[in-house]
Design a protein around this ligand. Structure first.
Ligand code: ATP
Ligand code: ZN
Length: 725
């Protein structure tokens, strides 16, 4: 008689599950989470479906037994399938993909007791202004959390305690806070425009149909895409199902949360790295039980164990933030489509500047386009005017051309806000010695150190290395000889302050002190019109709604072009178009200016004429001809080692043993543009194949026949690479 065993996948760099004995009386199904011994320790694992016919081949006597079945909710079948699919496609070990689904935060445990207060109706012995405010706030008779009541009424907690002692309020123990309060699908829907309404109807029908379908919600900036997919979310909630909304920069989207609250009466459950472990654990349980209806989250929300998913939304689907490039390299938008297929749900990809992949899929009819061609409320999408830096550039050492300066002046005089966009953090991208020409470089990367004047430090944007700005040149010893070369947003702000001394200015950049809270507060201040000139990095391109913004100036539109990146044109188009799309959303008409040295470049021309389709036509034709994605598959192989020769030697051996398949082309090896990163030398190879070929299978075969890397040589495979450094 054979002893029953189960296969357990461990969240480690392993591809295959291990077999364990099933203790008597324990019942396990695929997806259950268990604790098993591994060597001398215990670790969490997941019961994995056993491939048909496969059983434990190992001698049962050598097997260890499952220790305990954990009280966590099991992973649903579609998530197990997604993990298998992703491991297969990305070549990441299955266990590492599983690991992304097991970031549970802390154990659920007992929820803390919460105390609430409510009015008794008895007047207090003594009345003060603060007491009156609090009583008025609680006059509706509802119970509120103690600290919430104090905060909302704008009084200190001691005022609450005082009124309880006085008998005017009574304290009650509240039930533990649920993972999220249920959103009300009919809380307050805005009347939609005709085009919005038509798109919403299609999506609602798709949600009701419970079938896989992909929609491109293709609406110009400010067309009201959010309100449209909110109707689909409402439909899912009415049907008793769950919805997942992926956002590229959830940490920044206070405005999104507010709008959701307006529409549904409560906030969605937020899921990203800034959420506390305790709260994450609660949300996770609520997602698994079905109690949490809507999650708005970063790409990691893709791995939540939804019990009954009815809709997925990927907002700003073109955003590069959806690509994860460390650990498991995957694209969250693409994987969301895969998961939607496994759960038979519709998925909405929303963007004003769709990725080329999505545009091609839509043109071929695989995705269905829902177009919103005009802005909500009749506002116009701002036109863009080029400013040729070669002919009318600013004087040396300045970055705002005279024409742009004059336009900003007019805007400010008319009471509007202006936004200057420059995709460079810090004060200056390069610091060099005036005496000997020495350039300040990162000790462990091939990159210049970027000066951050607010923090008075030189920083490497690749590895995070930091050092104070030295008083003398480290090479020649000259005193006070270091000069800043080129602009970053901090330096641009200086120029703005000189040119417009009366304007209130603000830098918006992801690396400023104060973190998330400060950033949310600052975005809020911009939206409220408390700032006149905003200087920002790509952070400002992401879906914000600044009603008072009348002018956008792109300070250097050429920054992203021509660096050997096949997506450079697409990226520049998306970024500039999105930034410009922040203007003119309120009452005043918006205008945009792009400073460039190459106004004749197809990207600049497309931006200026506003002819998006023409741009996509040319770009698609070029990719098709050269078999670049989405017409071909591509994978990057990055070989790194602490010794330069070891990295190079292994990269060459790897190239030499690439299986010969007529349609697969191997490019390289070549030293990576970022030749040294965190002290490791890097070489790159690129594999390309036509679309029909299974490039992942080819890569797997290649990896099998290649010699195992030795020493500290490491190979990272990046399928569908987005970055080529
Ligand atoms: N039906 C509606 N009724 C009232 N206001 C609306 C309606 N639809 C959209 N709006 C408003 O129009 C503005 C633009 O909408 P929204 O932010 O959804 O646009 P978007 O298409 O997501 O734009 P972007 O791509 O630039 O982020 C918002 O202020 C929104 O509140
Ligand atoms: Zn570095």
């Amino acid at each position: 008689m054979s002893t029953p065993t189960v296969d357990i996948l461990l969240p480690l760099g392993l591809d295959t599950p291990y077999s364990y004995l099933l203790p008597e009386g324990m019942r396990l199904s695929p997806g259950d989470l268990v604790q098993v011994p591994l060597g001398s320790r215990l670790m969490m694992g997941c019961v994995w479906p056993r491939a048909a016919g496969a059983g434990a081949v190992v001698d049962a006597k050598k097997l260890k037994a499952v220790k305990t079945k954990l009280a966590y909710p099991p992973l649903p079948g579609d998530l197990l399938k997604l993990i298998d699919w992703m491991a297969d496609y990305t070549l990441a070990p299955r266990g590492m993909v599983l690991r992304m689904a097991l970031r549970h935060g802390e154990a659920p445990g007992e929820a803390r007791e919460r105390v609430g207060v409510r009015a008794t109706g008895r007047p207090p012995e003594r009345m003060t202004a603060a007491r009156a405010r609090l009583l008025e706030f609680l006059a509706d008779g509802f119970t509120r959390g103690k600290s919430e009541a104090a905060r909302e009424a704008g009084v200190s907690p001691s005022v609450v305690d005082g009124l309880v002692d006085d008998g005017a309020l009574e304290a009650v123990v509240l039930p533990p806070e649920p993972g999220a309060y249920p959103p009300d699908p009919d809380h307050s829907a805005l009347p939609l425009s005709d085009v919005q309404g038509a798109a919403a109807e299609v999506l609602k029908a798709a949600v009701a149909a419970h079938a896989f379908a992909v929609f491109l919600l293709d609406g110009v900036t400010g067309s009201g895409k959010t309100e449209v997919y909110f109707e689909a979310v409402a439909q899912a909630i009415r049907d008793g199902r769950q919805a997942l909304i992926l956002l590229p920069e959830i940490a920044l989207t206070q405005a999104f949360l507010d709008r959701f609250t307006q529409r549904f009466g409560v906030k969605p459950a937020e899921w990203h790295s800034g959420v506390s472990a305790r709260r994450r654990a609660r949300i996770l349980n609520g997602v698994a039980s079905g109690e949490v209806k809507v999650v708005a989250g970063a790409r990691s929300a893709l791995f939540l164990p939804f019990q009954n998913l009815g809709l997925m939304v990927v907002d700003e689907e073109h955003d590069p933030a959806y690509k994860q490039e460390d650990g498991v390299c995957y694209h969250a938008r693409d994987m969301a489509v895969v998961r939607a297929r496994f759960c038979s749900t519709p998925i909405v990809l929303a963007s004003a500047t769709p990725s080329l992949e999505t545009e091609v899929n839509t043109r071929r009819g695989r995705y269905k386009r829902l177009a919103l061609p005009v802005r909500f409320g009749g506002a116009k999408v701002p036109g863009l005017t080029p400013i040729d830096l070669r002919r009318e550039g600013p004087p040396r050492g300045r970055w705002i051309a005279p024409r742009l300066e004059a336009e900003i002046n007019d805007t400010l005089a008319a009471g509007g806000q202006a936004l200057l966009f420059l995709n460079r953090r810090g004060y200056a991208p390069l610091t060099l010695c005036n005496a000997c020409g020495h350039r300040m470089q990162c000790p462990s990367c091939t990159s210049w150190l970027v000066e951050h004047r607010f923090r008075r430090r030189l920083t490497c944007h690749h590895c995070g290395y930091q050092a104070p700005v030295p008083e003398e040149c480290p090479r020649c010893g000259a005193k006070d000889s270091l000069v800043a070369v080129g602009p970053g947003v901090e330096r641009l702000q200086e120029e703005v302050q000189t040119l417009f001394p009366a304007a209130r200015t603000l830098v918006l950049s992801s690396d400023l002190l104060g973190g998330l809270e400060r950033m949310r507060a600052e975005l809020d201040a911009v939206a409220k019109g408390e700032v006149d000139v905003i200087v920002g990095t790509q952070l400002v391109a992401k879906g914000h709604n600044f009603p008072g913004l009348a002018l956008v100036g792109v300070v250097d539109a050429d920054v992203g072009l021509g660096q050997g990146d096949p997506r450079a044109a697409e990226r520049t188009f998306q970024l500039v178009h999105q930034v410009a799309g922040r203007a003119g959303r309120g009452k005043t008409e918006g205008r945009g200016f792009i400073q460039t040295r190459s106004p004749e470049h197809p990207v600049m021309r497309a931006l200026v004429t506003g002819d998006r389709d023409a741009f996509y036509d040319t770009e698609i034709a070029a990719r098709e001809e050269t078999l670049l994605p989405p017409f071909g598959h591509m994978a990057g192989l990055i070989v790194s080692a602490s010794e330069a020769h070891a990295a190079e030697a292994y990269a060459r051996r790897l190239a030499a043993c690439a299986p010969i398949v007529p349609d697969v082309r191997i490019l390289g090896p070549a030293e990576a543009p970022l030749a040294v990163l965190r002290g490791r030398h890097r070489w790159r190879l690129l594999a390309r194949s036509p679309r029909q070929l299974d490039l992942s299978a080819y890569l797997r075969h290649w990896r099998e026949v290649a010699p195992k890397p030795t020493g500290n040589v490491k190979v990272v495979i990046d399928v569908d690479p987005q970055s080529f450094f």
